[in-house]
Design a protein around this ligand. Structure first.
Ligand SMILES: Cc1ncc(COP(=O)(O)O)c(C=O)c1O
Length: 438
């Protein structure tokens, strides 16, 4: 680590809680596209994108301009106090991009939030009130944030230690992580077995008529980039329709082009009843949202959702400019292109380093490989994962881990990254794998 960066970490030690994580030993003074300049003027290739926030890149010019213009005009009123155009412009855009209603006289409505966790909190409140039911089903490996309900829904115990009691009426299902390298059943059979288990669960654990919603990430983010198989999510949609359970899809990490579509759920030809968004929506400005069928969100009690800052004018302007810029650069095509380059290299790493890599998985540019001792998927190798991240940082690449065992390397690089820079980053990962292989 170089001098000025070291100095920053020394200052951090004195005034910042130690327990606030340090994911990579790097610093940042400025950034553009997929490149960060650190406090010492060193160039870093960004494969983290601020944890999936920068699909449109660091500081896209139209977004910076929209923030500057809006900040000069109006920074805050609190939307329920005095309404303003940027909120409505953004809500209209989101409702058009992500229609949740069928063509049955219903509509789609949007509530802005300040973060992904806040979107999840509100989605649950809305689902409970709309159904008059209390129970929520979530998944093993899920991550939905760090506020109390979101933390309850989150799976990894290391992220929850000592924080309980957690919210009641939350039930956890096994995640349908189909892997043709491991499972002998076909994907369809595997999914059917998982769906059958949910029906049994209604008898053994919690009655369907007691369940307000099932919340699921189409691609688990923090959980390690497991992709929900198509027959499963389609079956889940059907199950929800049959039982009146609402389907909440959490797109906080998978949305806005990351998987090659605006919404990862679009890969499944289904629509959620409620969805949650944040991260790349605002290019780093703190904004998220809950999108829901109008008939659902308008059925709840007044006063139960809200907040001082939600849908702040500057954040709304940033989000709208981000989406318009994403349309202009065809973010989904970039997601597909970047994803295919990364996948090809990751598969190659898997073939070359079978003693270290046990799996490659993901959707679009939301891709990861899993590190295991001796290449045995039952033996997670978090130590090697840590070493690889440190090696990469030394070589000028910001990398992130994921997974219940912190043994998964994931890529969330800005999708505007040039092929040259992307390949340079991938070369550093390969050099790191060579280092691990000794
Ligand atoms: C799928 C998912 N949901 C919710 C959240 C929480 O979002 P935030 O950190 O903005 O509260 C995250 C954050 O990583 C996430 O990946």
């Amino acid at each position: 680590m170089s001098t000025k960066t070291q100095e920053l970490y020394e200052r951090r030690k004195r005034v910042v809680p130690t327990t606030l994580g340090i994911f990579t030993p790097t610093s940042a003074a400025s950034a553009q596209g997929a490149t960060i300049i650190d406090a010492d003027g060193r160039e870093l290739i960004d494969f983290a994108g601020g944890i999936g926030v920068l699909n449109a890149g660091h500081c896209p010019e139209p977004v910076v301009k929209a923030i500057q213009d809006q900040a000069a005009k109006l920074i805050h009123t609190c939307f329920p106090v005095s309404i303003y155009e940027s909120y409505l412009d953004l809500a209209e855009k989101l409702a058009t991009l992500f229609p949740h209603h069928a063509h049955d006289g219903d509509c789609t409505k949007v509530m802005m939030t300040n973060s992904g966790a806040e979107a999840v909190e509100n989605a649950i409140k809305i689902a409970r009130q709309a159904t008059g039911r209390q129970a929520i089903l979530c998944y093993l490996g899920a991550f939905h944030g760090r506020s109390m309900m979101a933390m309850t829904l989150t799976s990894k115990t290391a992220l929850k230690l000592g924080c309980g009691p957690f919210a009641p009426e939350v039930y956890r299902l096994p995640f349908p992580a189909y892997n043709p390298r491991i499972h002998t059943a076909s994907e369809a059979e595997f999914c059917q077995a998982h769906l059958d288990e949910i029906r049994k669960y209604f008898t053994t654990t919690v009655a369907a008529q007691h369940i307000a919603a099932i919340i699921i990430e189409p691609v688990q983010g923090e959980g390690g980039f497991y992709v929900v198989p198509k027959p499963y999510l389609q079956g889940l949609r059907q199950l929800c329709d049959e039982t009146g359970i609402l389907l909440i899809i959490d797109e906080v990490q998978s949305g806005f082009g990351r998987t090659g579509k605006w919404a990862a759920y679009e890969h499944y030809d289904i629509r959620p009843d409620i969805s949650t968004w944040a991260k790349s929506m605002g290019s780093g400005m703190p904004i998220g949202c809950v999108i829901a069928k109008g008939s659902i969100i308008d059925s709840i009690n007044p006063g139960t959702i809200g907040g001082t800052y939600l849908g702040n004018p500057v954040c709304c302007a940033a989000a709208l400019a981000t989406i318009q810029y994403m349309e202009h650069i065809d973010i989904n095509a970039l997601g597909v292109k970047i994803g295919s380059i990364i996948r090809k290299r990751f598969e190659e790493f898997h073939r070359k380093y079978p003693q270290h890599i046990s799996d490659v998985r993901g959707l679009g540019a939301m891709l990861a490989f899993e590190l295991s001792i001796g290449g045995d998927i039952a033996m997670p190798d978090s130590e090697s994962c840590k070493k690889l991240i440190h090696f990469a940082a030394e070589q000028g690449l910001i990398l992130l881990s994921a997974g219940l065992h912190s043994n998964v390397i994931r890529t969330l690089t800005p999708l505007v990254i040039s092929e040259e820079l992307l390949n340079r980053g991938l070369d550093i990962i390969e050099a790191g794998l060579k280092m691990l292989a000794g």
